[in-house]
Ligand binder design. Structure first.
Ligand SMILES: Cc1cc2nc3c(=O)[nH]c(=O)nc-3n(C[C@H](O)[C@H](O)[C@H](O)COP(=O)(O)O)c2cc1C
Length: 432
């Protein structure tokens, strides 16, 4: 069944999208070293996934060295990184696509080995996350208790976001998305499991939302608020997150965002929590319960994400709980995902072992439909040649016969051509 609603246009702040299939932010840990600089291979990856009027959100990108938490993630705080990202934005724009940069500070999820001065990572409060960090040398090491960021340091933190946004503008991005989800710095300030402060950045909903809104205003001064989106995971538990009243704090945040004309809010469904993804759990793919819960607080453009299929995306769009849907893992393995969904074509499956780190394998080598069709016609030619050899076929076989031949070959693919029962093929030929 064709899927029309995902393919209707959408006004997204300052931009006009021609469809609603968004590429979700996806960390792939393939930035050039040293310097965490995007390069040609990254530019190819994003250009492959661009479509006319389609929105891509980049992988999370650290706003400063202090904000890094994993090896080989790209940054947006050096002139080399700006130049590297320019390759990416040029490639996406050449295909008529739009691209937002996801701005990231991991807070307590970092490790000393990523810190410029070897100091402890910073966080709203000295609350240690359960689990392990991934060090600069790709080793697991237990998280340490972070140091509480001083009140006097907060303006420079906000300044890091502002600087990163200016760099993103210089690199040619169409907008930025603030990563305030999945247990990273801005999320750590929002939730009371990680924010125990007693100053104006802790305690009440208003205080806990203060840093996010200050960062939003700073970044908005650079790009205009209508080119800024925000990603939230209100019910997510990844990175050891919790809150005593998630509906309370996140409905407060959404109400505050509704008063500002930002480009969009991007909500992660609880089922699409990265913990579930890490453990490879099957996700229930129903419509959008998290978005349905929070929709009443936010009338603007809402992008849903987490475990969506084409069908559940359509359902959520039809119900009005989301306005667009971001796909993550399916975009990893299907560079031409919007086209495939539009044609209701078969999807490539993804290889989890190549999600993080490495080079082109599992990154830029997933086939497009066009590649598959080209190789299919090559296979047909090969089959015809083999059949001519073996049974003296004199003219191009009819389609039905070709189909049968294909099936025989598919079944014998492991045993090789030698195991094909040519008597069966001969028999088939007499019938067609
Ligand atoms: C390999 C991988 C990397 C991810 N990196 C990020 C990231 O950098 N920023 C982010 O906000 N979410 C990240 N996510 C979460 C995805 O954006 C998305 O919410 C999640 O994959 C669920 O959507 P899906 O079911 O369509 O894959 C990542 C997920 C995966 C699988």
């Amino acid at each position: 069944m064709p899927h029309f609603s995902l393919f209707s246009p959408l006004r997204l702040g300052a931009h006009q999208l021609s469809h609603r299939v968004v590429m979700a932010p996806l960390t792939r840990m393939r930035a050039q070293q040293p310097g965490n600089i995007p390069g040609e291979v990254n530019a190819r990856y994003y250009a492959q996934r661009a479509s006319v009027g389609g929105l891509l959100v980049t992988e999370a990108t650290q706003i400063s060295q202090r904000g890094q938490g994993y090896p080989a993630t790209p940054g947006i705080h050096s002139s080399e990184q700006i130049a590297g990202w320019r390759l990416v934005t040029d490639g996406v724009h050449a295909k008529g696509g739009l691209i937002f940069l996801q701005l990231w500070h991991v807070g307590r999820i970092s490790h000393r080995s990523h810190q410029p001065d070897g100091r402890l990572p910073l966080a709203p409060s000295a609350v240690k996350p359960a689990g392990d960090a991934l060090t600069a040398s790709w080793e697991k090491a237990p998280f340490e208790t972070p140091r509480e960021v001083g009140l006097d340091e907060i303006p420079s933190l906000v300044g890091e976001y502002r600087g990163a946004a200016s760099n993103a503008l210089a690199a040619g991005f169409d907008g930025v998305e603030l990563h305030a989800a999945n247990g990273y710095l801005l999320d750590q300030f929002l939730r009371d499991g990680t924010n125990r402060r007693t100053d104006r950045y802790g305690g009440s909903f208003e205080n806990r939302a203060r840093l996010l809104l200050e960062v939003l205003d700073a970044v908005g001064e650079v790009f205009g608020l209508n080119r800024v989106g925000i990603r939230l995971s209100p019910l997510g538990t990844f990175n050891d997150m919790r809150d005593s009243d998630p509906v309370g704090i996140f409905s407060h945040v959404l109400r505050a965002l509704a008063k500002r004309s930002i480009a969009y809010v991007h909500l992660i469904e609880a089922r699409g929590d990265e913990r579930a993804l890490d453990e490879g759990l099957p996700l229930d793919s129903g419509a959008a319960p998290t978005a349905a819960l929070f929709r009443p607080f936010y009338p603007g453009v809402l992008i849903g994400a987490g475990g969506f299929t084409c069908e559940s995306a359509d359902e959520a769009l039809a119900a009005g709980t989301v306005d667009a849907v971001a796909f993550g893992r399916l975009f990893i393995s299907n560079p031409d995902l919007p086209l495939r969904l539009k044609l209701d074509a078969e999807l490539n499956s993804y290889d989890r072992t190549t999600f993080y780190g490495g080079a082109a394998q599992g990154y830029t080598d997933y086939a497009t439909l066009e590649d598959l069709r080209a190789s299919e016609s090559q296979v047909s030619e090969l089959i015809v040649e083999l059949a001519i050899d073996q049974i003296g076929l004199s003219k191009r076989p009819q389609d039905v016969f070709l189909q049968c031949l294909r099936q025989i070959f598919a079944r014998n693919i492991l045993g090789g051509v030698a195991s094909v029962d040519w008597e069966v093929v001969r028999l088939l030929k007499t019938r067609h």
